[in-house]
Design a binder for this molecule. Sequence first.
Ligand code: BDR
Ligand code: CA
Length: 313
Amino acid sequence: MAQRPVIVDCDPGQDDAVALLMALASPESLKVLGITCVAGNVPLELTQRNARRICELAGQPDLPVFAGCPRPMLLPLTTAEAVHGKTGLDGSGLPEPTMALQDRHAVDFIIDTCLSAGDGEITICTLGPMTNLAVAFVKAPQIAGKIKEIVFMGGAALGPGNRTPAAEFNIATDPHAAQVVMEAGPPLVMFGLDVTHRVITTPARLDAITRIGSPVSEAVTGMLTFYDRNDPDRYGERGGPLHDPCVIAWLLQPDLFRGKQVHLSVETGSPLTMGQTVADWWGVTGKGPNATIMDRADSDGFYSLVVDRLSRL
Ligand code: BDR
Ligand code: CA
């Protein structure tokens, strides 16, 4: 498989961390051009630091990490320490990073990278609020032609949200940014709660990660133990969902997931449903599809891939 050039935009976050580790462990498939960070699970000061901690854990301190927007476009920042802990990476046991943060702003890195690429060459993955990418589109709309696709974790097309009754955390945090991205033009691939709630870190799957027996598996075990969203009523079995790694897993092994092409937009007006991802599942608007929304996963295959990639580091 040819190497796909990607920018990973994220707000680590334990599940972002596992996604980054999987991407960094897969150089034959993915060329990670840079990691751009945004405020989300915790403030920007921590997300950019956490991204660097993960690069160092992966033995890749030369990977460029950029800090981006410190707050959403219009709304005040709301973070998720209740889920991810005070640092955003609680449970990891990782030291403070020593590698440098890049001077350039994440938005400018996204723009410069796209503009110097060929048409439809760059894949952008967003694992947090879409603020950086939206600002990039506002500043330089011509980047749209350079983007192959935008693969994102966010939203809930067919069921309830996890941040509000209607909205998932990443989209709820910056719905205006998400709507800018929906309308920007490049094809979208959505990994929302519809599919991430199908890949549950059961005790047996966590044990398989622990048994790798490396510093990486130790850190991931600590993170996923801290981040255990155990709620069998919600997920149907013991354990919690591993949201963000679905994005990277699909890039590596697309046959693990199934979805449907639909028109997707984001509610930005209603106080009740702000941030809801509205999917035209049955084509009632007559608008052409702008997104593939994933709603099915081979969860055993997914966890085999997670273990395989973490074993490489
Ligand atoms: C998303 O929100 C964050 O807490 C996770 O990192 C993930 O990106 C799940 O709703
Ligand atoms: Ca995230």
